[in-house]
Design a protein around this ligand. Structure first.
Ligand SMILES: *Cc1c(COP(=O)(O)O)cnc(C)c1O
Length: 379
């Protein structure tokens, strides 16, 4: 079976985890700071706050912004649930933005259109998403957010290890914070894990407290003493997960390069299937870190539903996935905000199908996948 995504774990990753298990610290120990430093070195951000997963990272960032009841945040509808849910955890409202139907990315015009729907809420922030690893043009969005004094948190779950305009993804040049996930299907695996990166020291401190119950040690009162001025959570990452992630970071460059090679090979092999299958648009890249390879399928001309194509590929041992169902169509959000007309997101969703992409795939695997697609769609 060739799955749509898969972690690459070697002996040295296993040895790194075992070493921590044999030591003194299972959870918060020296590996936390070591991993945070490795993330800062990679992204060039001044601060990294690691946490239990990418969803917690989005919640930490939302808390650092001070989101509360009456506030609103613009989120592209074409993303994973977590980007929007983090806003709701703070009791703020989500204003769903549309996306470019070819790339799935939110652009300046989508941001401005969503801003016209904020109503009585206080617009506080926008959360652009680097879908599949392609990067949103944050510079273009920043012209709008800077002018209106709103904050920007990029969801970089798909783009860890990439580079845009000479800067690593997460450098926080245009955005206040970027979040990442270290779920096994993402570029590096911690099991579960996430981080927020920022250049804002105050925000980093706030997130460190929020990560561990909102507690502040008060040693003047006694060696046991702490205060909880604000409500926090337990979003800590463990030392053995950090050890795995640190070991994986050493291979990041190789993983990113291999993903791009595979994508490039898909691009070449799929060319003959146009216009039934259109290759993904690759824009805004210096060094692309692709999480997904998601071409656009013209299912109606092919004459088969997406479910049929997926099932037939599965019968050939090929796993595929759909990223994503537009979040504004989920029952929870439909009930809260009513039906929205976001045609770019719905159009992108109708045509997308993510093909297998992970570093351990061989060139032959890619050729096999494309060969079976050819058969299944009758091209
Ligand atoms: C994976 C992902 C998340 C959430 O990360 P978890 O670590 O699974 O909580 C958030 N946003 C996007 C776009 C993701 O792909």
């Amino acid at each position: 079976m060739i799955p749509y995504g898969r972690q690459s774990i070697d002996e040295d990753d296993i040895a790194a985890v075992v070493k921590v298990l044999e030591g003194d610290f299972l959870t918060t120990g020296p590996k936390i700071a070591e991993f945070e430093k490795a993330i800062c070195d990679e992204t060039h951000a001044k601060h990294a706050v690691v946490c239990s997963n990418g969803t917690a990272a989005l919640h930490l960032a939302s808390h650092a912004l001070g989101l509360t009841h009456g506030d609103a945040v613009i989120v592209p509808s074409l993303t994973f649930l977590a980007t929007a849910n983090a806003v709701r955890y703070c009791d703020a409202e989500v204003i769903f933005a549309d996306v470019n139907p070819d790339t799935g990315l939110m652009e300046r015009e989508h941001l401005e259109e969503a801003m016209s729907r904020v109503g009585d809420h206080t617009l506080r922030a926008v959360y652009p998403v680097h879908l599949t690893g392609q990067c949103v043009d944050l510079a273009a969005l920043a012209e709008v957010t800077d002018y209106h004094g709103i904050r920007m948190v990029a969801d970089g779950a798909h783009a860890f290890g990439g580079e845009v305009d000479g800067k690593p993804v997460g450098a926080c040049v245009y955005e206040d914070m970027t979040t990442f996930s270290f779920h096994p299907v993402k570029t590096i695996a911690a099991g579960e894990g996430g981080t927020v990166v920022t250049n804002d020291e105050h925000a980093a401190e706030k997130m460190r407290r929020f990560r561990s119950h909102g507690m502040i040690p008060t040693p003047d009162e006694g060696p046991w003493a702490y205060e909880m001025p604000e409500l926090g959570y337990n979003y800590r990452l463990t030392d053995f997960q950090c050890a795995l992630a640190i070991s994986q970071m050493k291979k990041l460059e190789r993983f990113v390069a291999r993903r791009w090679e595979l994508a490039h090979l898909y691009d070449q092999l799929l060319e003959s299937l146009a216009p039934l299958v259109k290759r993904p648009v690759h824009e805004h890249y210096d060094k692309p870190a692709l999480h997904l390879y998601a071409p656009r399928f013209d299912f109606s001309t092919i004459g088969k539903s997406r479910a049929d194509v997926m099932n037939e590929l599965r019968a050939h041992g090929i796993g595929t996935q759909v990223h994503y169902i537009p979040v504004h169509t989920q029952p929870y959000y439909r009930k809260r905000y009513g039906a929205l007309d976001l045609r770019g997101a719905e159009d992108y969703y109708r045509h997308t199908l993510s093909l297998p992409l992970y570093p351990a795939m061989s060139d032959d695997d890619v050729a096999f996948v494309v060969g079976r697609i050819k058969e299944v769609i009758g091209a």
